[in-house]
Design a protein around this ligand. Structure first.
Ligand SMILES: [Zn+2]
Length: 294
């Protein structure tokens, strides 16, 4: 089985990005895996500290490892938004393939110092674990927001991206380029879209020369995502769109079967609803030419 680093490299050469989807239960995991298998593209499932708290760090690692082995399929596991080294070590020891070590709320000097320390500690446990660092402000909470926070002051610059990568040695960088965690109510209804600063992405890619992740991509304009991938984004994170599909699928299923109590008769339609959401994003990230099974 090829490593995540090789698949990112291959996707980059093909002008494609790898989809990263957050999961916090078995329904979401089944849906992400089904969509990726159907399209035969590599995929990353991610869990934030809160999501890991609910599912179990070692338990999700066992599940994903099992899917990868039983189906010989490139599904990878990421410890999303990890704010302490202790939680990072827990994920590394459980066998996560990558980690987002997120100290973006700290001043950049402190962020760099602690991220560098974390990389050393994590690579000592698993040398092939990919470590992502984060700079700038993209808001928090993959939820539905009533109003848009002002993130304009927290946009990343090519200079700080270069400085951060050189000082820390991160494998992957998550910059702030117009992206935002969560979705506005108007985005859930499809009335508005997020837009990205494509020139900023190009500048950061040229300066930082590492893999780039776009966080908070739910609700982003399709054409902006295509341009962002061409400009150097390698991983795209989608969470809120899946959560919305999960809830809508569940509400529809319960309304259709008001007396049903058997979970495995109710939940398949939730899996389908989420799978469709994942599938449409994976198609976009892969372009028309799909990656062959690795
Ligand atoms: Zn994120």
């Amino acid at each position: 089985m090829r490593q995540l680093r090789d698949l990112l490299q291959q996707a980059q050469q093909n002008g494609q990005a790898i989809g990263h989807f957050n999961v916090s239960d078995l329904v979401l995991l089944k849906a992400v895996f089904a969509a990726a298998r159907e399209l035969n593209v590599p995929v990353v499932v991610g869990l934030s500290e809160g999501e890991r708290e609910f599912v179990g760090t070692r338990q999700i690692a066992a599940f994903v490892r099992n899917l990868r082995e039983e189906f010989d399929f490139p599904i990878f596991l990421n410890a999303d938004h990890t704010h302490s080294l202790a939680k990072g070590i827990e994920a590394a020891e459980a066998g996560f393939d990558s980690i987002v070590f997120d100290l973006s709320s700290l001043p950049i000097e402190e962020n760099m110092r602690q991220t560098k320390q974390a990389i050393e500690a994590l690579k000592a446990i698993n040398p092939s674990m990919l470590v992502e660092g984060e700079i700038g402000d993209i808001g928090s909470g993959s939820e539905i927001h009533d109003s848009s926070p002002d993130l304009s002051k927290g946009l990343s610059t090519p200079e700080e991206a270069k400085q951060f990568v050189e000082a820390t040695g991160v494998d992957i960088l998550a910059p702030a380029v117009g992206n935002m965690h969560g979705m506005l109510r108007s985005m859930v209804k499809g009335e508005t879209k997020k837009h990205l600063d494509i020139e900023r992405i190009s500048g950061i890619k040229k300066a930082a020369r590492v893999f780039l992740t776009l966080h908070g991509a739910s609700g982003t304009d399709d054409e902006d995502l295509r341009k962002a991938i061409r400009a150097g984004v390698n991983i795209v994170h989608i969470n809120t769109e899946l959560r919305v599909a999960w809830r809508q699928g569940l509400e529809t299923a319960l309304a259709k079967q008001p007396d049903e109590v058997v979970p495995y008769k109710i939940l398949p339609s939730v899996v389908n609803s989420v799978r469709d959401a994942v599938s449409s994003r994976l198609r976009l990230f892969s372009g028309t030419q799909l990656v062959q099974k690795a």
